[in-house]
Design a protein around this ligand. Structure first.
Ligand SMILES: [Ca+2]
Ligand SMILES: [Ca+2]
Ligand SMILES: [Ca+2]
Length: 248
């Protein structure tokens, strides 16, 4: 059986299950293989003519004029494949199709699957979403070695430690304090401690030779976002401390 289309092409389209039925084209609709696509990957789109009998006619993708309406899409190919651009966060995109008298759009999400691949922020070790959040796009002040807020701590350190790189009141503080009545002990006090980070206190007895070592023989207590690690064996004539911050 065939249905007669009012569109220029195809003039006739097979409609299985119908015994000769007339219908009118009421519009154009789009579908996609998935509601989302990973950045830099492709998503297959398909165009359909909607008919007044609530059925659809498939339209050959190459007969459609595809375009990018909005969002991070490089292009939509003649075959109806939308190519996603790089993104710094999950971002909505809209593709458009024009066929015969009909125009239709379809929205989907471009997923941020690579954290460090966006524009001038790519491959610098800092999360692109973090860089855009604090510095906007394409800002040289977002580079890892820059101390944008003049608090003595680089963007790389502030990113790792979970600090605000544009606020000089947001910085990592470390102090060494004596322990009352315990001359062979020392408090190593630091803040802020942030969920999801690892903090390792290291020590050194000389800054000129040897290596930093992980401090052992300690007790630890937290008060708010401040942590106190107490060195129970601070018996050396000189002892230096530092805190290593790790971000998984
Ligand atoms: Ca990305
Ligand atoms: Ca980056
Ligand atoms: Ca800061």
């Amino acid at each position: 059986m065939t249905g007669i289309s009012i569109a220029a092409a195809p003039a006739q389209t097979a409609k299985a299950g119908y015994i000769g039925q007339l219908y009118d084209v009421t519009g154009l609709a789009l579908t996609s293989d998935a509601p989302e696509v990973e950045e830099t990957k492709r998503l297959q789109l398909a165009a359909w003519q909607t008919l007044d009998d609530a059925t659809f006619l498939s339209v050959l993708a190459t007969d459609v004029t595809w375009s990018v309406q909005s969002g991070p899409l490089v292009n939509v190919s003649a075959a109806g494949k939308a190519k996603a651009d790089v993104v710094y966060e999950d971002t909505s995109a809209v593709a458009q199709a024009v066929y015969a008298e009909g125009t239709a759009t379809i929205g989907f999400t471009v997923l941020d699957t690579i954290a460090d691949n966006f524009g001038t922020y790519a491959g610098d070790g800092l999360g692109d979403d973090w860089q855009v959040q604090y510095f906007g796009g394409n800002n040289p002040l977002a580079a890892p070695a820059i101390d944008a807020d003049f608090d003595g701590q680089s963007n790389l350190f502030e990113f790792t430690a979970g600090l605000v790189p544009t606020d000089n009141a947001s910085r990592f503080n470390l102090t060494i304090a004596p322990v009352l009545g315990q001359p062979t002990q020392k408090h190593v006090i630091f803040s802020p401690i942030i969920a999801g980070r690892n903090y390792t206190v290291e020590f050194h007895t000389s800054l000129t030779d040897g290596a930093w070592q992980t401090l052992t023989g300690t007790t630890q207590s937290d008060s708010g976002n401040e942590r106190t690690v107490t060195d129970l064996n601070a018996t050396e004539a000189r002892k230096f401390y530092r805190v290593k911050v790790g971000k998984p």
